[in-house]
Design a protein around this ligand. Structure first.
Ligand code: GDP
Ligand code: ZN
Length: 377
């Protein structure tokens, strides 16, 4: 990374250096997607931080600040977000505007409140969702499953990282903890690491080398420690970098997207901490893939796996092939998801009713203009 890339500047000061965007996740597919905008003279940039009305983007000319006025839609899921690829005005514009966002490959979303079900976009274009789970406390597999559903729902590939492995006394215990977690995470890589001793960190770094990662997990799970270990000392330097042009527009900059020294990108936004489940029905299905596979074998396609004859799920339960805890957890997450979906549907229905009334009113107005006011008898 060139030093210029670290200096945010909204002026043309940093045009001399050509920053390679590949370490920030730029690839042939993004380039193809961007081609029409390149033809218009726009430049690509990855959003590393979002402010009110503005965002910081890493572009071929370094880190710039861009105005997001043109990409501030009504839909909260389509606002600019860390990890987005943007088409930005070329050097010279003041301010420079984000003209459009490339379609997202994946996105992390959360509900903003438990009362009014509303969505908020937290991170875009994430490939790996690292679910950090502390080995310093008793394993809560239900929580792991919840994070897995959320991760799958985003489109990213989850990876469970058991942290603070140095606190586990012996290898046998560690082996059991790994095995238990694997049972709750079908088809998912599970790793034990210690930021304190460095054990497993090389494997983790290698797993992240090919894409953009986020860290999920409960407070105290070791996410910050893991982020620091992955990013290295550079992160501190970057976060303390002062505005290059000295105009004091923003004296310090916190970047929520960082290139990792061994390859890959890490997105670490405050909002990602403590995300909840949001319409993650597909995610729940992926997180409980073995139950879904069993359900496909049930005699009735709408089998509730309660007491139906020919139920493959109950058969697996009886045979001891499916832990009862897994089925309970699956049901719990599905129920929770249904509640959220029902709430958001109610809101959706209300919006649709309002739209419909507006359209009816507009239709009446158009008719009156065409034919003149309808005279009441
Ligand atoms: P976060 O809330 O998920 O960001 O968790 P932190 O990274 O702040 O870590 C929580 C606590 O766990 C801190 O006191 C860390 O020092 C400690 N911790 C983190 N990683 C390790 C580790 O690998 N080994 C040990 N023994 N402690 C750790
Ligand atoms: Zn069944």
């Amino acid at each position: 990374m060139s030093s210029n890339a670290l200096n945010p500047s909204s002026s043309a000061a940093s045009t001399e250096t050509d920053v390679d965007l590949a370490p920030y996740g730029w690839d042939a597919d993004w380039e193809a997607e961007f081609a029409p905008y390149a033809a218009q003279g726009l430049v690509p940039g990855r959003v590393v931080r979002v402010d009110r009305g503005q965002c910081d983007c890493i572009t071929p000319a370094g880190l710039i600040r861009a105005d997001t006025e043109y990409v501030t839609p009504h839909d909260p899921l389509r606002v600019v977000c860390t990890g987005d690829w943007a088409a930005v005005d070329p050097v010279g514009g003041d301010p420079r505007y984000v003209r459009t966002l490339l379609p997202r490959r994946t996105s992390f979303v959360r509900s903003t409140s438990s009362q009014r079900s509303e969505a908020q976009i937290l991170a875009a274009n994430v490939d790996h969702a690292i679910i950090a789970v502390s080995l310093a406390v008793e394993l809560d597999l239900g929580r792991v499953e919840r994070f897995l559903a959320l991760a799958w729902e985003s489109g990213a590939t989850p990876l469970v990282v058991l942290t603070k492995a140095d606190l586990v006394g012996d290898e046998t215990t560690l082996g059991h903890l790994l095995a238990d977690t694997e049972t709750s995470a079908p088809g998912v890589q599970v790793l034990a690491v210690s930021a304190a001793t460095g054990a497993g960190m090389d494997v983790l770094a290698a797993s992240l080398a090919g894409g953009t990662a986020v860290l999920l997990g409960q407070s105290g799970a070791g996410k910050s420690t893991l982020a620091n270990a992955l990013v290295g000392a550079d992160a501190q330097v970057v976060q303390a970098t002062r505005d290059a042009d000295g105009k004091g527009r923003h004296t310090t900059t916190t970047r929520n997207l960082l290139a990792l020294p061994w390859g890959g990108v890490l997105i670490d936004t405050p909002g990602l901490r403590g995300v909840g489940l949001w319409d993650a029905e597909g995610g729940v299905a992926r997180a409980f893939a073995e139950i879904e596979a069993l359900a496909a074998e049930c005699r009735f396609h709408d089998c509730a796996h309660e007491s139906e004859p020919g139920c493959a799920v109950l058969a697996a339960l009886d045979a001891g092939e499916l832990p009862p805890r897994r089925l309970d957890s699956y049901r719990k997450l599905l129920r929770e998801n249904e509640r959220i979906a029902a709430r958001s549907d109610a809101r959706l229905r209300a919006e649709m009713r309002r739209d419909w009334k507006q359209r009816q009113a507009l239709g009446r107005h158009m008719m009156e203009r065409k034919r003149g006011p309808i005279r009441k008898p």
